[in-house]
Design a protein around this ligand. Sequence first.
Ligand SMILES: N[C@@H](CCC(=O)N[C@@H](CS)C(=O)NCC(=O)O)C(=O)O
Length: 218
Amino acid sequence: MGSMLTVWGRRSSFNVQKVMWFVGELGLQHEHIEIGGRFGGLDDPAIRRMTPHGKVPIIDDGGTVVWESHAILRYLCAVHGAGRFWVEDPAERARIDKWMDWAHTTLQPDFINGVFWGLYRTPAAQRDQRAIQRAVARCTGHFRLLDRLLDGRDYLLGDVFTLADIPAGAHLFRYFNLDIERPDLPHVEAWYRRLQERPAYRDHAMVPFEDLFGRLEY
Ligand SMILES: N[C@@H](CCC(=O)N[C@@H](CS)C(=O)NCC(=O)O)C(=O)O
């Protein structure tokens, strides 16, 4: 099998980016196989044996197969994050989980689905401008909330970078590079600059997305 850890999923996938960013933060030796999107391969029997729904990311860590980006983040944190990312205290872990789940269930649907898919991935003639505007407005609210949270702190939970920063922080490259209305976000922008000092962020969460323009098929 080569290396212990294998990650499947195209680098242009938002859900893959969160996982690859964390693999980079952990400094884990791994093999990365681009599947999905223009690479195809999601219907291969070997992939379907690992994940019944045929979506990326997927990992195999020494025989343990995990899919769903946040399940993967938590698994990698528990197994490989000792001393740096893993926390034992359930209350402390819940502080992290709250923001991870908020990002996945609230921010991501409004931004990645509503704005990124609605505006960028949908061909101009098919765009629903009113729906896009409503999603942009909801994102304005979400990013304002993050801006208030980040006032006076370096990272979402305080002085230290945690897993909570990954799902929300992975949105910033696309949010700040789309041609949309944004409110004043001084603290979010400072956080974005701070994240860009991390090589793993630059390598995995700032992936150009032009090849997704006008493409609804994957
Ligand atoms: N909730 C899943 C979503 C997985 C998902 O929808 N992945 C997309 C890419 S972001 C996918 O596999 N799309 C098909 C493709 O890339 O061809 C997760 O967080 O991992």
